[in-house]
Design a protein around this ligand. Structure first.
Ligand SMILES: [Zn+2]
Length: 321
């Protein structure tokens, strides 16, 4: 009996210990791991929300990408709406810290999940969502995949209440110019990372929000649906604009020199070295081995995990051309 009591007491104290540990862990998650994005100034009236360059996590609630905040005389323009319902109020707080005006427009320049799944939230707050027809078409094509993919997996209950919603105003063709409160935006499709991706140029402040056309600090990812050839062409158009400020899709606010070094030169390498080798019927394994070590791009995060895949997918794309 004594032994049984001792055993029971031991089990209970172990259980208590486990509960205490669990409580500490949960308390910690609540208090310290809620990522609050901030809008950092690019120019007087243009801000960028620069997300972490790591993966979508519960802690960053899927905001591992960059967003734009443009303050005009007639309200705020948000570039991309974030990953869903949970991030919506966090983005609103970031905007409220730099402007007391309402978010009037949300412009979708991207098709990747964390660029547009927040549309529904901002529409409910009264914003008008604007996008190219091609962007919306592509968002619709990817919606099921995004609603079941890595984002809900990473976010758990923080994904609840998120549902796909699409632009209220559709822009035809592949370029468009729109103005709110005296601030002009020139939009153009890039079709690089995802079909239907776009970039936004603000001529008055000489800023380009490139969307996922440009990554700095981390290596571009070529997905099966990405098109590095379109990327190279769109980068040439960005080069022609030659803006003072580049807000990339991922990574810090930059100038053209960094954008070229971290992305433009990489498109050039993919298309003109790997793509060219594929068109010349060279052996894929030999080409890949010969270019596995690219000193020039090794400073970029995710180089080890993405570079081989990027070459592989580019080779396959160009083989068929
Ligand atoms: Zn992205």
């Amino acid at each position: 009996m004594q032994r049984l009591t001792a055993l029971l007491a031991g089990t209970l104290s172990m259980l208590a210990g486990t509960l205490a540990l669990l409580a500490t862990t949960l308390g910690h998650a609540d208090a310290e791991t809620l990522y609050q994005p901030t809008a950092e100034p690019v120019t007087d009236s243009v801000y960028a929300i620069i997300g972490p360059t790591d993966a979508r996590t519960y802690e960053n609630h899927g905001m591992n990408a960059n967003y734009g905040v443009i303050v005009t005389d007639e309200g705020v323009i948000l570039i991309d709406s974030g990953p869903g319902a949970f991030s919506g109020p966090n983005i609103e707080r970031a905007v409220a810290a730099v402007s007391d005006q309402p978010i009037r427009w949300v412009i979708n320049i991207g098709v990747q999940d964390h660029r547009w799944l927040g549309n529904d939230y901002f529409k409910k707050q009264g914003a008008e969502v604007i996008a190219f027809e091609a962007t919306v078409e592509s968002q619709k094509a990817f919606a099921d995949q995004h609603m079941e993919g890595r984002l809900p997996e990473a976010l758990g209950e923080r994904f609840e209440g998120t549902q796909p919603a699409y632009a209220d105003r559709l822009l035809e063709g592949d370029t468009a110019s729109i103005t709110l409160g005296g601030t002009e935006l020139e939009l153009s499709l890039t079709n690089a990372h995802f079909p239907g991706d776009a970039m936004a140029y603000l001529p008055q402040s000489d800023v380009v929000f490139t969307g996922d056309l440009v990554y700095v600090d981390r290596l571009l990812g070529i997905h099966p649906w990405s098109n590095p050839k379109n990327g190279l062409e769109a980068f040439a158009r960005l080069d022609a604009i030659d803006p003072d400020h580049v807000v990339p899709g991922h990574g810090r606010v930059s100038d053209m020199e960094r954008a070229r070094r971290d992305s433009g030169d990489y498109y050039d390498f993919l298309v003109n070295t790997i793509g060219e080798a594929a068109r010349n019927f060279e052996a894929m394994s030999e080409v890949m081995n010969a270019h596995q070590d690219m000193e020039q791009f090794k400073h970029l995060e995710h180089y080890d995990s993405w570079h081989g895949t990027n070459m592989n997918r580019t080779f396959i794309l160009f083989e068929g051309m």
